[in-house]
Design a protein around this ligand. Sequence first.
Ligand SMILES: CC(C)(COP(=O)(O)OP(=O)(O)OC[C@H]1O[C@@H](n2cnc3c(N)ncnc32)[C@H](O)[C@@H]1OP(=O)(O)O)[C@@H](O)C(=O)NCCC(=O)NCCS
Length: 265
Amino acid sequence: MVSERLPDLSENESPPTEAATPLYQTATMRGGLRQNLVRYRHRVTGGGGWGRFLWQGAVLTALSPLPTVLFSVVRGWAYRAVLGQVGSGCFIEPNVRFLVPRRIFLGRRVMIGEGCFLDANTPEGRIELQDDVWLSRGCYIVAGRAEVVIGPTTYIGHRCLLYGHAGLRIGRDVLLANDVQLICGNHTFARRDIPIRAQPPQGQPIVIEDDVWLGASTIVLGGVTVGRGCVVGAGSVVTHSLPPYSIAYGVPARIVGVRGEESAV
Ligand SMILES: CC(C)(COP(=O)(O)OP(=O)(O)OC[C@H]1O[C@@H](n2cnc3c(N)ncnc32)[C@H](O)[C@@H]1OP(=O)(O)O)[C@@H](O)C(=O)NCCC(=O)NCCS
């Protein structure tokens, strides 16, 4: 949040000198340890009180590091106490972090790999992994001010980053290879006199329809719909929507063929 002391650009035609630059401060730079702790509690519980903070923290901290398949199964049962929903037969590997777990919903037989991080830390934020979703190790899902929904039997490879903020919807039977990044959010940066960090963010939704395969290290930017059945080559940056069954690759990704047609790669 930006303080009301931000300057008006129209008064500032020439580039600001150090002395002329008005004081800039974000809300997160104020307060001491006590305020920081309250802010942390707010962030991990989504506005809950100390009771929720302690209860949720006790369940997650006690169970999270325990190794072996046995405890992955135990977590799939015990985390019903703190998550919004956990279906039957879920499997949660060690050291998975949940921010505001009550806004995170798991269908049946969901598997979450070691070291994943799921963050639903705004009132509008929500994460839903539907039945049989497989989330490999080290994935980050950040809902921001919208929903992230992953459809049934979708596979998410290692270290994928799903950065919601404006709505992120992944369909059924989708295949994301390792290190794929889906990034809905953007920073605005029109003003030079204050840090980009202090300028309003904006975002556009991303939709990945059913049966899509995104190759390793693909990046998809906000406002893109990847149509049903598309294949996107490794290392691509997808900046425009792709019609169903396209084969595309490159930076930016260009359509090079259509699945099932002779001209396909
Ligand atoms: C896009 C893809 C599916 C195409 O496979 P293919 O039909 O066998 O294509 P080919 O290997 O015959 O390549 C055809 C042409 O496209 C180019 N090409 C293929 N993939 C490319 C990519 N990702 N980026 C840029 N160019 C690519 C090749 O260099 C070749 O060009 P050339 O004719 O000038 O030599 C494949 O290359 C790919 O990127 N797969 C993703 C692999 C992956 O991430 N696996 C993770 C496991 S889930």
